[in-house]
Ligand binder design. Structure first.
Ligand code: ACO
Length: 331
């Protein structure tokens, strides 16, 4: 500003993170006994080596609750400190109530409010963006943002073109209102760019629903078609996040992409000249866990000390809808 006084602003700063995975691991070798596939094919086309699959006693809400409790412990907080829960999921425990409200109850909370966000694999990017808007709008001070999925429950386990790709899990972060200086040196969410285009519905969708078939349905995907659009859409929103903040690939400490496919991740990073050493990869361990993949990757890389306080971190995702988006934040 002309008088030299910087305009203070409210930022949504990460206070804690956590993750949870089902007990059961299914390796690519295990998949060979389920469908006509091979470890070599799966690794070469996707980078996936194993995935976790929920057992009878595990659900989206139970995994989300476990991730939430881990994030609370990591942040030194209790459920009493949270005033909003947003859960990104496409595999809710029930059509309603929202999984977030279920998780709220499991956490013993009856204060505050909770709702779900449905943007498939881009769900966590949408949820962080929504939480940031609520914080900056003064509607919430401390938000538990969860991505939780049990995609194993909507897979056609006879379809080798899809069932080898997905897994179950949950991750969570807590973001809280903190005064910043209004510059890119601030910690917290710096910018968000969300997109959707429903004309691509047939390329990736679930063939059931309460209002159409009255059934849950199974995931259907034209993988090659999705692949064709993925890199362009992802790099477009990442570039928008760089442009709107005056930052570049060189400024970035970590790219934490949605973990769908190693080739899409590598292609996107290469196109934007993002050093491969700055890219967090967990698709080999988790498969594609849709809305859970980014918070799982964040918890992995922050948990092992790679992502540190003050690091510039880009989140990006693309998925069913199509939906896609990017969030740039300083950890
Ligand atoms: N094991 C062995 N062979 C297989 C398998 C399998 N699991 N699945 C397909 N094949 C065969 C096909 O039948 C085909 O055989 P053919 O040539 O005899 O017809 C051959 O492998 C090649 O199939 P393609 O579909 O062309 O393989 P492609 O190289 O495109 O890889 C893949 C498929 C991995 C799905 C790729 O297209 C992809 O990654 N697409 C993007 C999908 C994605 O990332 N979706 C998620 C993003 S959105 C979200 O996260 C919800």
């Amino acid at each position: 500003m002309s008088d030299g006084v910087q305009s203070k602003m409210i930022r949504s700063v990460v206070r804690g993170f956590g993750a949870a995975l089902p007990k059961r691991v299914i390796t690519n070798r295990d998949m060979e006994a389920i469908v006509d596939t091979s470890d070599e094919w799966i690794v070469q086309r996707t980078g996936i080596r194993q995935r976790y699959v929920a057992g009878d006693d595990e659900t989206t809400a139970s995994l989300g609750e476990a991730a939430a409790r881990a994030a609370l412990a990591n942040g030194g907080l209790t459920p009493a400190d949270i005033d909003l829960i947003i859960c990104a999921t496409s595999t809710p425990d029930n059509t309603f109530p929202a999984t977030s409200v279920n998780i709220q109850n499991r956490l013993g909370m009856s204060h505050g409010f909770a709702f779900d966000v449905q943007a498939v694999c881009t769900g966590f990017v949408y949820a962080v963006t929504t939480a940031d808007a609520y914080i900056r709008g003064g509607l919430a001070k401390r938000v538990l943002v969860i991505g939780a999925e049990t995609f194993s429950r909507i897979l056609d386990w006879n379809d080798r073109t899809t069932c080898v790709l997905f897994g179950d899990g949950a991750g969570a972060i807590i973001i809280e209102a903190t005064e910043g200086e209004g510059t890119v040196a601030d910690r917290g969410v710096l910018t968000a760019h969300l997109r959707s285009d429903g004309s691509h519905k047939e390329k990736l969708y679930v063939d059931g629903g309460p209002s159409t078939t009255g059934t849950v349905g199974k995931l259907r995907m034209e993988g090659r078609e999705v692949f064709k659009y993925a890199v362009g859409m992802i790099t477009d929103v990442i570039q928008a996040a760089f442009d709107s903040t005056g930052t570049t690939a060189d400024d970035l400490d970590w790219l934490v992409p949605h973990q769908a496919n190693r080739r899409i991740i590598d292609g996107s990073a290469k196109k934007l000249n993002i050093d491969a050493a700055k890219v967090v990869i967990t698709v080999d361990l988790h498969g594609n866990t849709s809305a859970a993949s980014i918070p799982l990757a964040l918890a992995t890389a922050a948990g092992d000390g790679r992502i540190k306080k003050g690091d510039l971190v880009m989140l990006e995702a693309m998925g069913g809808g199509f939906t896609w988006g990017a969030v740039l934040l300083r950890w």
